[in-house]
Design a protein around this ligand. Structure first.
Ligand SMILES: Cc1ncc(COP(=O)(O)O)c(C=O)c1O
Length: 359
C-alpha cells in the first residue's frame, strides 16, 4: 500500500492543485442549470438512429462515418471539408486545440468571467493562464487590453467565448479581428451558443489562418448526452490538430446521431425559435421582479444580478422549491449574479413563480 505522499509523487503538482470539473448534481423538478436544450430528441428520430446502429457490427471500429460527417458539416456551414474536426463535445476540441498549441509554461490569454474549463485545461497542460477582466459595467471586452496582454505574455493561444458563458454577450467581430490580426497565436473562438446569437465569427475564418471556431450539438441540436462537437479552421490547421486526437475517438453511435440531426434543419430551427421566445418571455418577467436585473443575452441562458438578497440565498431558496439554476457567484466579478437556462414555457413560468416566492 502506498502512502498519501507516495501517491502525490505520481501526479504532477499542477494537477494535484486542481479540483475536478464537475457540475453539482442536484435532483430537481425543474433543471435550468446547465444550458442544455429543454427539448429531447423526438422518439421517431431516436428510432431512426437505433435502426442504423442496430444493423452495424458493434465489435468493429467504424471510421467510415468520419469523412461523411465532416463533409456534411462542411456543407452545413459552407466550409471546406478538410477544415473540419470532430470531437466528443466541443469540450474535447477545446482541449485538442490547446494540446496542439500550448507547451509547458506557455501563456494562454482569455477574458474572465468565462467558461471555467479554459483555465482548467491550460493548467492541466502545464500552460500559464493569463486572464484579464471583461469590463465591469457591461462585461464587454477591451480588445486593446487583450492585444497588449497577448504581446506581453507572448501567448501561444487566446480563447474567446462568443457569445460568452456566463455573461451572455457576444464579442463583436471587429474585436476578434483586432486580436487575431495582432498575433500569430492560435485564436480559439468557442461558439457553443452561436445558434441563439445575431452573428458569428465565421466570416473571419477565410481571412485569419490562426483562427479556429468551435461548435457543439449540445445546445441547439439537443444532443448533450451523446457528446458531439466540431471545429472549423484552415485545412492546414486541422491537418495538425487531428494528430493529437485519439484513434476512433467519437463513437459510431454519436456520429450516426449527429448525421441524423443534420437531416433535420427545420426541427433545430423551430426549437431555436422556441428558446428565443422563452428568452424574451423570461427577460420581460425577470425585469419586473424586485431587485433583479436580467442582462441581455444572445444565448439560451440569462445572467441575472441580484440586488438586496445575496445571490446564494436566492439560489438556495429556489433549490428548496425544486428549481435548479446555476450559482455563478463564485466566478470572478460575479458575486451578485446567478445564471438561468431558458427552459420550456411551463418551466420558465415555474421559475418565475418560484422567484416571486423567494424574493
Ligand atoms: C462555452 C461553452 N463551451 C462548450 C460547452 C460544452 O460543450 P460540449 O457539450 O459540446 O462539450 C459549454 C457547455 O456548457 C459551454 O458553456
Amino acid at each position: 500500500m502506498k502512502t498519501d505522499t507516495e501517491y502525490e509523487k505520481l501526479i504532477r503538482q499542477e494537477i494535484r492543485s486542481l479540483e475536478p470539473y464537475r457540475s453539482p448534481a442536484f435532483d430537481c423538478r425543474i433543471k435550468l442549470d446547465l444550458n442544455e436544450s429543454p427539448f429531447d430528441i423526438p422518439a421517431e428520430l431516436k428510432d431512426r438512429i437505433y435502426e442504423k446502429a442496430r444493423g452495424l457490427n458493434w465489435h468493429r471500429y467504424h471510421d467510415e462515418f468520419e469523412p461523411v460527417l465532416k463533409k456534411q458539416l462542411a456543407e452545413h456551414d459552407s466550409h471546406l471539408t478538410e477544415g473540419v474536426l470532430i470531437g466528443n463535445g466541443s469540450n474535447a476540441l477545446i482541449f485538442h486545440a490547446l494540446l496542439a498549441s500550448v507547451g509547458a509554461g506557455d501563456a494562454v490569454v482569455f477574458p474572465e468571467p468565462t467558461f471555467s474549463l479554459y483555465r482548467q485545461n491550460v493548467t492541466v497542460l502545464g500552460g500559464n493562464p493569463a486572464a484579464f477582466r471583461l469590463r465591469e459595467k457591461d462585461f464587454s471586452l477591451d480588445e486593446e487590453q487583450a492585444v497588449a496582454l497577448v504581446e506581453k505574455s507572448r501567448a501561444a493561444a487566446v480563447v474567446l467565448c462568443s457569445p460568452n458563458n456566463p455573461t451572455g454577450n457576444r464579442i463583436p467581430n471587429a474585436a476578434i479581428e483586432r486580436i487575431a490580426g495582432s498575433t500569430e497565436a492560435l485564436i480559439i473562438v468557442d461558439e457553443a451558443y452561436m445558434h441563439f446569437a445575431e452573428d458569428s465569427a465565421f466570416e473571419l475564418l477565410a481571412k485569419y489562418p490562426n483562427l479556429i471556431l468551435l461548435r457543439t450539438f449540445s445546445k441547439a441540436f439537443g444532443l448533450a448526452g451523446l457528446r458531439f462537437g466540431y471545429a472549423l479552421c484552415a485545412p492546414e490547421l486541422a491537418h495538425e490538430i487531428v494528430k493529437v486526437q485519439l484513434p476512433h475517438h467519437v463513437s459510431f453511435f454519436t456520429q450516426l446521431a449527429a448525421l441524423t440531426m443534420l437531416e433535420e434543419p427545420l426541427l433545430v430551427e423551430e426549437r431555436v425559435a422556441e428558446i428565443k421566445r422563452g428568452r424574451r418571455y423570461l427577460q420581460e418577467r425577470l425585469a419586473h421582479l424586485p431587485g433583479i436585473r436580467p442582462l441581455a443575452s444572445e444565448t439560451n441562458f440569462i445572467l441575472i444580478e441580484c440586488g438586496e438578497k445575496p445571490a446564494a440565498e436566492v439560489f438556495n431558496g429556489l433549490l428548496k422549491l425544486g428549481v435548479l439554476i446555476r450559482n455563478v457567484s463564485g466566478y470572478p466579478g460575479l458575486s451578485r449574479y446567478l445564471r438561468i437556462t431558458v427552459g420550456k414555457p411551463a418551466e420558465n413560468e415555474a421559475l418565475i413563480a418560484a422567484l416571486e416566492e423567494v424574493l
